[in-house]
Design a protein around this ligand. Sequence first.
Ligand SMILES: *Cc1c(COP(=O)(O)O)cnc(C)c1O
Length: 406
Amino acid sequence: MTSDDKPHDQLLANPANWSPETRLVHGGTLRSQYGETSEALFLTQGFVYNSAEQAEARFKNEDPGFQYSRFANPTVSMFEERMRLLEGAEDCRATATGMAAVTAAILSYLRAGDHIVSARALFGSCRYIVEDLCPRFGIQSTLVDGHDLAAWKAAMRTNTRAFFFETPSNPTLELVDIAAVSKIAHETGALVMVDNVFATPMLQRPLQHGADVVIYSATKHVDGQGRCLGGAVLASKHFVKDYLHDYLRQTGPALSPFNAWVMLKGLETLPIRVKAQCETAAKLAGHLAGLKGIRKVIYCGRPDHPQYELAQRQMTGGGQIITFEVEGGKTAAFQFLNALRIIKISNNLGDTKSLVTHPTTTTHQRLKPEARAELGITDGMIRLSVGLESADDLAADLDAGLRAAR
Ligand SMILES: *Cc1c(COP(=O)(O)O)cnc(C)c1O
């Protein structure tokens, strides 16, 4: 973990030397005067000062401490520090939702006259930000096929200041080569922003592959139990100080302390949840691939994934999402979904409960049929987010779904 030749016990003085599992249990903890074991929930809007002089000093940044929870809050700060330690980033800022994190990263950095290049296979709301919102404020945008390195290169202009993509993508699990795309972006000094939700921070560290900004919807695996919305942006101290800080402070997409507290507790179990979900997902992907009536199974951990070699290189696991196609189009897909007993129909993901969605009629309904075809999203396609139930029960549920679809 470190080339330092100090003994292990001395290295433990610095949280940066802790293993990820340890960081996720202890990282960032701020204890109050009561010495509570579990992180305290500071459900407060503001903070009081001992004197008018102290209030003045705090507003001048001369006295350390909190002022107002739109700017910072102790529980939210604990969450940010734990995320920062996990990702190995210089700085982290939490937001109210994943979309607030995406919007803040992009709009705090870009201005009228700039250009952003993005992979076409984007989460629906992210595509709205890049395709519709940015141009309204004079930020030009270009969408490319994320796996096509030549397309990224060709899209570069003199005013290109950011690349934005997700990998693996939703729902077709297409990968973008983070290192190769970062190299192209950095030739002209553009920043690389990665939405790392599908891979989770346990399976992929974009900063280590050359990315500059990592964005999460903490709503997904970080909470992981379907309760609260939240988001995070991880980047250099410079990016946070010069761009993100004022934007977040003045526009106010702050994470609620309550939600931060839930997320903090979620982080403690993130490694074991993701590991168990990946193991079950790998089993189910294999099971589905052997079934009659299933046309195609897409899973990043399977050698028949079209970019398996890249998945092996940049991810440390196959993930907990499987996308597959049933024969018989929308009718069969609906019959399949409606026959499930354990797996729930929901457009969410990363939950302890297994969830299925039909992208064509839900998450990707906003796109025109041609745009869906371009992304490889078919009418028989189903996205499965694997939870923590028994693999045998889930396999039996999928079998029942398939029987109903025939
Ligand atoms: C869910 C999701 C988001 C948005 O997150 P919210 O917390 O719902 O705002 C962004 N990107 C990806 C890939 C997602 O899955």
